[in-house]
Each structure stands twice: as C-alpha cells, then as structure tokens.
Write a protein that binds this ligand. Structure first.
Ligand SMILES: C[S@@+](CC[C@H](N)C(=O)[O-])C[C@H]1O[C@@H](n2cnc3c(N)ncnc32)[C@H](O)[C@@H]1O
Length: 146
C-alpha cells in the first residue's frame, strides 16, 4: 500500500479500508453497511405494488430511481397501485426523480398519477430539491393521505 493512499478506520467493523480514490472507499464502506444492515434485519424483500408491511408502519417512505424513471417499462396502473401501496404503509412518500430515463423528460405518467391519487384521497405536490442527480431532475413528488 502506498503511503499516499487514504486509510480510514471503518467504524462498523474496525477494519482498515484503503482505496486509491474516493470511489473505492465509498463503495467498500457501502458494502459493509449492507452486510451489517442485513445481519440486523434492516432489509426486507418486497415488490411493488404489494409490500409486506402494516398500514402506517412508517413515517416516511423514499423511492428513488424506479417509479417514473422507468415509465416505458412500468405501466400507469402499476405506478398508481404502487403509490397507493406506499401511502398505505407510510404517512408520507417521496419519489425522485420524475424524469423518464428514455428521453430525460418529465414522465408521461406523472400528471395522470397525481390526478388518480387525488380521487383516491391522496394529495400530491411537486417539491423542489437541491440535488440534481439526473440533468433537469429538480423536483420530487410528495404524496400523503388527506
Ligand atoms: C436503478 S435501481 C435504483 C436503486 C436505488 N433505489 C437507488 O436509487 O440507488 C432500481 C431498483 O428498483 C428495484 N425494483 C424493480 N422492480 C421493483 C418492484 N416491483 N418493487 C420494488 N422495487 C423494484 C430494483 O430491484 C432496483 O433495486
């Protein structure tokens, strides 16, 4: 190991983690988080639109880079059912990004989903975010039961 390489004490397993650059270091740390999280039972498999959780089990549900991003593969109905399910298990739901990966434009499902949810007693709003992971992706959808 070169003396110029960063060395960090990993607080989760006390192993020394060395990487030639930040990316390697972050990736190694994430792997350790995953292993520890699995052992602690923090990861539970589920597949939208059906989740293995009780009503109101969570205060906040986050869904990133799945709904809306894959609008050509996930149907409008699957989006609606998935949002309803997320709102069943959580008091608040946040989805990001809202652009389709195909053309980087706002998902064709966004407006129909918002209209449909409103008729099911779920209010939605578009909220600006500072994070712009995807070019032009400056908003998240926030959904809550009214
Ligand atoms: C592009 S990855 C995003 C992963 C992570 N959320 C992120 O932002 O880094 C898309 C994820 O959607 C998950 N996924 C695909 N179909 C799903 C479904 N029906 N219900 C829940 N998750 C699903 C995949 O397993 C995959 O982990």
């Amino acid at each position: 190991m070169s003396q110029n390489q960063p060395v960090r004490q990993n607080k989760f397993n006390n192993a020394n983690v060395a990487g030639a650059n930040g990316r390697a270091l972050i990736s190694t740390t994430r792997k350790h988080h995953g292993i520890i999280g699995k052992k602690a039972g923090r990861y539970i498999n589920g597949s939208l639109p059906v989740l293995p959780f009780n009503d109101d089990e969570f205060e906040l549900a986050l869904c990133s880079h799945y709904l809306f991003l894959y609008s050509e593969h996930v149907t409008l109905n699957q989006h609606i059912l998935s949002l309803k399910e997320l709102c069943r298990v959580s008091k608040e739901v946040r989805i990001y990004p809202l652009l389709s990966i195909e053309d980087n434009e706002q998902s064709k499902h966004l407006n129909p989903v918002m209209t449909s949810l409103l008729s099911s007693g779920i209010s939605t709003s578009l909220v600006s975010v500072e994070y712009e992971f995807q070019k032009g992706a400056k908003e998240m959808l926030v959904a809550k039961r009214v």
